[in-house]
Design a protein around this ligand. Structure first.
Ligand SMILES: Cc1cc2nc3c(=O)[nH]c(=O)nc-3n(C[C@H](O)[C@H](O)[C@H](O)COP(=O)(O)OP(=O)(O)OC[C@H]3O[C@@H](n4cnc5c(N)ncnc54)[C@H](O)[C@@H]3O)c2cc1C
Length: 499
């Protein structure tokens, strides 16, 4: 006998889980139970847009690290552990990938299929309403008063011949653009703020925080509920359908803990396989970054936004089918891991946003509270080393250009001694980090079908960043909102409103 029953159990109150819980509970006849490992607190660091780096390493962050990457050692891989999940600690950027990227996804998930859900989720103003939503729950604000170093970066890239675009999520998805951010009235709006908090009073919606889901309950090929620990007490909840929204790391981890994954590997950890699905945890994709650090002539003002403010989507080579690099500033004195940052300064970053490298998420043990083994495989495909080198050269050229004369004192890292191709590659292999965008570990086609149902198990879907088959060439959060909105429709509440 279980101690709480529902029609739907949603595991994880992150970007996707908040959307699913709100949309599914819009039907008063559906009882929805949302289970989240993190707490419900909304701290100042989660609300003030430029304070998001303070959430890293806090109670709201799982604070994972990867296996050693290239020559860099383990790199930080934060992910949200709180109502709102990663959308409550992220850098607020609300950007869509290039339509050509979605058009490489399986049938039913291409740009034209996703567009209604992009539109449904967001609330923009002043953009093309055929391509941008105007009435959705997530308010989107553009940067209008940029930081001096952000302005210098935009001017430098424009002078180098990169085009400006007024909307990377609109008609022209290439070039230099002021960032679109998920914020309103000077504050972050997370998925919890946009979707969940407004509906917490619904009698058919129950939300348990500080509640770690430890396994799925499977009976004869059907998922009938979950096991969880709350207040130190193990419990069980049953439902007609379980929707796993634990994110690109948490979802494959939970499936594998429950026997759904590579059977031999699971057996070796003492887990009885329930469905042999080798693709669970495979194909992890993330965007690798490299940072160039500068000392500033004078202390710089704080960013009024997300410490980024401007993004450029460019191609590392003319034959790239869509922009494969993001270039952006960090409006804080930062340096690559292991390097000393300047007292006053800023950084310029190149990120590969269409990588060929693939990695994996594997269990370290059968213990549900053990961190999994996360290997994004950065730079394992040599084409990615060439891409990142190209990006590094562009941002250094921009950083050295006259547009920065008023703010730049000098480049600190890698510094003028690093100039040859071999030296640049050594620097980026030692300094590679993550843009914090893991996806792809329960991919549509490989792990779930086009309706997001897990192959070989009934009553179980996955709907979050893990189902993404090819990583968007942009920050993923806007895409996860669209996926979750589409999932809500598939599960049976077409056109449901959060109100
Ligand atoms: C520091 C940082 C900066 C980022 N910046 C940006 C950005 O500017 N723009 C952008 O688009 N994207 C950004 N991202 C990425 C983006 O936020 C994520 O891709 C997106 O939020 C993923 O949504 P999700 O629903 O798949 O997972 P998440 O939002 O991570 O949600 C998963 C939820 O499941 C919970 N969970 C996991 N396992 C369990 C379990 N066993 N039991 C119970 N609960 C569980 C977690 O605690 C979490 O709340 C950033 C991410 C980070 C960490």
């Amino acid at each position: 006998m279980s101690d709480s029953d529902a029609d739907f159990i949603v595991v994880g109150a992150g970007t996707a889980g908040c959307v699913l819980a709100a949309r599914l509970s819009a039907n008063p006849a559906s009882r929805v139970l949302l289970l989240e490992a993190g707490g419900a607190e909304r701290t100042p660091a989660m609300t003030v847009p430029n304070a998001w780096p303070e959430t890293l390493g806090s109670a709201a962050d799982w604070a994972n690290v990867t296996t050693p990457q290239a020559d860099a050692g383990p790199v930080l891989l934060p992910r949200g552990r709180t109502l709102g999940g990663s959308s409550a600690i992220n850098a607020l950027a609300h950007v869509r990938g290039h339509r050509a990227c979605y058009d490489s996804w399986p049938q039913g998930w291409r740009f034209g299929d996703l567009l209604p859900y992009f539109l449904r989720s967001e609330r923009t103003a002043g953009q093309d309403p055929a391509l941008r939503g105007t009435h959705g729950p997530v308010p989107v604000a553009a940067v209008s008063e940029p930081h001096p170093a952000a302005r210098a970066f935009a001017e430098a890239l424009t002078a180098m011949g990169y085009p400006r675009t007024d909307d990377l999520s609109g008609r022209r998805q290439e070039g230099v653009a002021w960032a679109d951010l998920a914020m309103a009235d000077g504050q972050r709006v997370s998925a919890a703020d946009a979707y969940l908090r407004p509906v917490l009073g619904r009698p058919n919606l129950t939300v348990f925080t500080d509640c770690l889901v430890t396994g799925l309950r499977l009976r004869q090929g059907r998922c009938v509920g979950v096991g969880y620990v709350r207040g130190g007490v193990p419990r069980t909840a049953r439902a007609a359908e379980v929707v796993v929204c634990a994110g690109a790391i948490g979802s494959p981890q939970l499936l594998m803990l429950s026997g759904i994954g590579p059977a031999d590997e699971l057996r070796s950890l003492g887990i009885e396989p329930a469905a042999d699905l080798p693709a669970v945890g495979a194909s992890l994709q993330d965007h690798p970054v490299i940072v160039v650090s500068y000392a500033a002539r004078m202390p710089l003002p704080a960013s009024r936004y997300n410490n980024g403010e401007v993004y450029a989507a460019v191609r590392s080579a003319p034959d790239a089918s869509y922009p494969d690099l993001h270039l952006f500033p960090i409006l804080l004195p930062v340096a690559p891991a292991g390097h000393e940052p300047p007292a006053a300064g800023y950084a310029l970053v190149a990120a590969i946003v269409a990588p060929d490298s693939r990695g994996s998420v594997r269990l370290a043990s059968a213990a549900p509270d053990a961190a999994p083994v996360i290997d994004p495989g950065f730079l394992t495909d040599p084409r990615d080393t060439a891409r990142l080198e190209a990006g590094l050269r562009i941002v250094r050229q921009a950083g050295a250009s006259p547009a920065f004369d008023a703010v730049r004192e000098r480049e600190i890292w890698p510094g003028p001694g690093i100039a040859t191709a071999a030296a640049l590659r050594g620097y980026l292999r030692r300094g590679v980090g993550s843009y914090y965008h893991p996806v792809g570990t329960c991919a549509i086609g490989a792990v779930v079908d086009a309706s997001l149902r897990v192959h070989g198990v009934t009553g179980l879907r996955v709907a979050d960043a893990s189902v993404i088959p090819v990583i968007p060439n942009a920050h993923p959060n806007a895409t996860v909102y669209a996926i979750a909105e589409k999932a809500a429709d598939m599960i049976g509440v077409p056109g449901a409103s959060t109100g």
